[in-house]
Write a protein that binds this ligand. Sequence first.
Ligand SMILES: C[S@@+](CC[C@H](N)C(=O)[O-])C[C@H]1O[C@@H](n2cnc3c(N)ncnc32)[C@H](O)[C@@H]1O
Length: 245
Amino acid sequence: MSWRASVLTLFPEMFPGPLALSLAGRALAAGVWSLQATNIRDFATDRHRTVDDAPFGGGAGMVMRPDVVDAAMASVADRRPVVFLTPRGRPLRQADAQRYAAGLGVVLLCGRYEGIDQRVIEAHGMEEVSIGDYVLSGGELPALILLDAVVRLLPGVMGAAESATEESFSEQLLEYPHYTRPADWHGRRVPEVLLSGHHAAIAAWRRAEAERITRERRPDLWDAYTSATRYSDGRTKSDEHHPAL
Ligand SMILES: C[S@@+](CC[C@H](N)C(=O)[O-])C[C@H]1O[C@@H](n2cnc3c(N)ncnc32)[C@H](O)[C@@H]1O
């Protein structure tokens, strides 16, 4: 059975959007995964198809009503995890993408306005997930981003040519830099070792570069990496590669 994504949104026409193209689009057409976008507004009960109301306690903006969201949720919910995209959530990580890819699929809830009534989030035991520390106007782009991260990990979606094994985060490190022809471009030469054909030296150079870039750019990832690979004498795996560091 294919991996199933259901999206609850006020803008179903935003799906599959960019996911109809390239790797994800081919996999969608091939039935590796399926996508159903449900309009939350279809579950409003009044004449004006109202989905939001003013916040209790006052303040700016409108809040999406729990009864309307709940009815939309009931139309798709099964054993799949339910994810509410929100800047207040845990940051989305590659490990989450791997976990979702290993399951049956996901139900994604996209907020608009100020957000969604907290009670319906809790009633459905939703995971609250953020795609970064900035505020977008709706959860649709975050949902597309989450789906893109997951779908490329589904079995058969990436060929050997696009292997995920050496990518950023797959080993808690950012990826090493890439080079292709020409070997000399405007006087900028490709690092000599990559032209050497010496596989062990190339692997060592790539690891050293991945470690250098992670250390310089992401101290948080570097700390996690070095503590995960720390030996009982306090030395780390990376000390073995660069005893002088
Ligand atoms: C204008 S935002 C609401 C922001 C909310 N009042 C707050 O300060 O946390 C509307 C919707 O966009 C989505 N959204 C915005 N930024 C996001 C982010 N960084 N990650 C995930 N979802 C986001 C959420 O679904 C949110 O309910």
